[in-house]
Every structure is written in C-alpha cells, then in structure tokens.
Design a protein around this ligand. Structure first.
Ligand code: GSH
Length: 207
C-alpha cells in the first residue's frame, strides 16, 4: 500500500523524512498537518502519534512517528542509496551526529517548548538561540576533522538530513551560520542537490 506522510512544510523534522523519501525513491501521498492551527493536537492526529508531533508515516494500518525510526525503517527497506556507512564505527558516529540534532538541539527549541518557556517572543528567541548555538557548536567540533563536503566525508549520510533542516531553524531564530564554517559547507553541498532543495520548506512554500 502507498505510504502517507503527515507533515508540515515548515517542520524541520518533516523535512528530514521528505528528503529521505525522495532519496530512496519511495512514492507516497502527503497530508499537511497545520501546526499553526494546532492540528497536531487534534484527536485525529493524536491517534496517529500520541505525542502530537509531525512527521508521521502511515504504512497500511501502522502509523510510524519519530524521524529517526522512520528513516532507519526506510534505510532497511530501501538500502540504496545508503544513508548509514557500512563501517560500524563510522555508522555510530553518524548516529551520534543525528542525535546531537534530534535529541540535543531540535526538541529544546520546538514550538511547544518555546510556548511553555515564555509568552514573550524575545525570551523565546533567546532560549532557542542558546540551545541551537550549543548544538551546532558541538556538531561543528565533531565534524571539524572530517573531510567535506558532507558531514562525514564525500558521501551524504543521515547526519546531513538532520543538520540542514536544523540550519533552517537556526535562521528562523535569528542565527546565521558564520560561526560554523564546516556546517555552512555541508549545507551548501546539500542544497546543491535536487533532493534536498525540492523537499525544503522554501521550495514547498516559496511565498
Ligand atoms: N523527535 C521528533 C520530533 C518531532 C517534532 O518535534 N516535530 C515538531 C515539528 S519539527 C512538531 O510537530 N511540533 C509541534 C509542537 O511542538 O506542538 C522526530 O524526529 O520526529
């Protein structure tokens, strides 16, 4: 059965999965869940993901949430092109980079967290900048010794699929990438590819 992706154009976690689906050539339908209208908290969406977040990939009767789980499932179903290196240590290092974004950065600047932190937009922005700067600085330090142009060398990996959407979030929260030259190099290399560009928020919603 054709998979269905529940996503939001501006959601960085959704972009990771749109990009992976495109790289793996998985045909699917897409349904928008409007975060600004709080559709992620509707009873309908909570049946898909009890945590009330996007993305969710529907596979027949099964609703699979969490972009790491979805991307690893896609990797196992469609091994080419690989998003995880074959070498176990390299593979673990890619997963480390993935988690720096997935667990150590993005959740701390998520919409629901910012609203809980403060009603004041300036305070929300400072909070988000603090955690994005901390996460991207750690990421930059880890990849500094790797050759480019991608995070861990000449091949795109899952780490890049997590990093580039986080760069988009950084800009939304008022940070540019000048502090992190290796990350800026990775972003430029990724955005030169059709799969990254055509799944990006700007492409989906050019206005
Ligand atoms: N770890 C989750 C994160 C999902 C997530 O935080 N999604 C955000 C959009 S990027 C969301 O749905 N936010 C809605 C909210 O916070 O209410 C994943 O990787 O899928």
């Amino acid at each position: 059965m054709r998979p269905v992706l529940y996503h939001y154009w501006r959601s960085s976690s959704s972009w990771r999965v749109r990009w992976a689906l495109m790289l793996k050539g998985v045909e699917h339908d897409a349904v928008a869940v409007d975060l600004l209208r709080a559709e992620q908290g509707s009873a309908e969406h909570l049946r898909r993901n009890p945590l009330g977040l996007v993305p969710v990939l529907q596979l027949g009767e099964v609703f699979l949430a969490e972009s790491v789980a979805i991307i690893e499932y896609l990797e196992e179903q469609v091994p080419d092109p690989p998003l995880l290196p074959r070498d176990p240590l390299q593979r673990a290092r890619v997963r480390q980079l993935v988690e720096i974004i997935n667990a150590g950065t993005q959740p701390l600047q998520n919409l629901s967290v910012l609203r809980r932190v403060s009603d004041n937009q300036q305070e929300q922005r400072q909070w988000a900048q603090h955690f994005i700067r901390r996460g991207l600085s750690a990421y930059e330090a880890l990849i500094a010794s790797y050759p480019g142009p991608f995070s861990v060398g000449s091949a795109l990996t899952a780490a890049d699929l997590f990093l580039v959407p986080q760069c988009y979030n950084a800009r939304r929260h008022g940070l540019d990438l000048t502090e992190w030259p290796r990350i800026a190099q990775v972003e430029a290399a990724c955005l030169a590819t059709t799969a990254a560009r055509t799944t990006s928020p700007e492409y989906l919603n050019p206005g």
